[in-house]
Design a protein around this ligand. Sequence first.
Ligand code: NDP
Length: 482
Amino acid sequence: MEPILNYINGAFLPSTSGLTLETVNPATGQPITTLPRSSAEDVGLATKAALKAAPTWANTTMEERMVWLHRIADALEEEAETIAQLESMDTGKPISLARSVDAPRSVSNFRFFAEFGREHVEPTFADHGAVNHVHRSPIGCVGLITPWNLPLYLLTWKIAPALLMGNTIVAKPSELTPMTANHLAKILTKLNFPKGVFNLVHGLGPEVGQAIVEHPEIRGLSFTGGTATGKIVAATAAPMFKKLSLELGGKNATIVLDDAPLEEMMDGIVRASFTNSGQVCLCGSRVLVDASIYDRFKSMFVEAINNIVVGDPSLEETVMGTVISKDHQAKVESYIELGQDEGGVVLTGGSAATCPVKGVAAEGAFLRPTVIEGLSHTARTATEEIFGPVVTLHSFNSEQEALDMANATDYGLAGSVWTADAKRGYAFAQGMDTGIVWVNTWLNRDLRTPFGGVKQSGVGREGGAWSLNFFSELTNICVKQP
Ligand code: NDP
């Protein structure tokens, strides 16, 4: 495959240093292609281009920008199969998942914000003989930094509202998954998208990401990634008073109440646990089950998990592919060992050594979905983010105990509650210290709703009007007729 290059001012360029990195297919362990190992100098060039393009882009009307978003959505939709293939190859996720989630969601992010723009109005408030107009302006040049688990999905979730509100962009995808962002740049070139409005700099987080965060003329930063990195981003950006949105890690609870119809709900609970090999920030990695149904739940849960087809991501029948890399596989395996050291018992799955996946390359980063029971809900395995196909199983004796357990982590991103009584689920959800709770469903996303976490899962919300607010500055203009 041809090498990936930076996309700066509408041109594809190598890093100024000429250094490169490799992106590897996690299912085979083989390199796919190279990408630039960029530096602060490349970020400087991209920012210069973005600043130069900013006044013209900001002066386009919202209607014109909406037309652009629709054009990009249409072009992405035409290339949906290519995008799914690239994403599956880069991440090791099953092609079926890339086709059903990653590719269409990237399209709908653009389409949603294009349509949502129609509802954009400047509110006015009249009082004391004057009218207050709440006027929105772009922030200017914004930095977008995204992780490897849902590469184009998460990047477009930021690009679309940033463009809609008239900003120009310097973006950095994870160096582990640069392929679809590169493809988006190719699509923008084909569309003759204005040069310099969208710029892409590839490379390592502590080099390129940090340079974006530190750049004094990048006034807004939307970051999705781990909590440890989020702390570095916040510590760097806060003294510069940058506008900051942080979408960070999670250790989400799935709570199964005693009246939950298990036959009906088991598929949803398994999906919440293991979609994308558990590498969705919203996955439920702690399953809390009422003690009265624990044994029945456990046997049904383990049986359903044993039926998950783990294998070659390029095959239609594969339900679970790899984790993102061999390094990440080793990290996940170390947590499976830790869980056992902490007194847990592995009910199914386990490390690749004890539970090999048949018919795939030994170099592939494969793991079987794993369930550990018998741990305290305060154990490290049950409170630290593993971000892999590992779930801990716990029982509770009352709703209050379930709530206390659900809230007993430093994270607060999402959770789900499963019950025959939707009202009971809704009441329970209100006690959860998280940004998002689903009742009897999971990953059911309405793009108009606020998305984000509390505690160490992040600061701020994106989605719908919250994205428009984040990607714009408000000026209250109070006008009195002379
Ligand atoms: P990381 O925090 O390691 O990386 C996220 C991004 O930040 C990557 O592009 C990374 O680059 C970059 N980065 C790394 N160091 C710096 C730095 N010093 N300054 C600026 N940028 C930097 O997360 P992962 O990629 O490992 O993604 C997994 C994490 O993302 C999990 O914790 C998961 O929960 C979280 N996540 C949160 C979501 C949410 O909406 N709350 C959604 C999806 C994931 P590079 O990859 O090149 O190191």
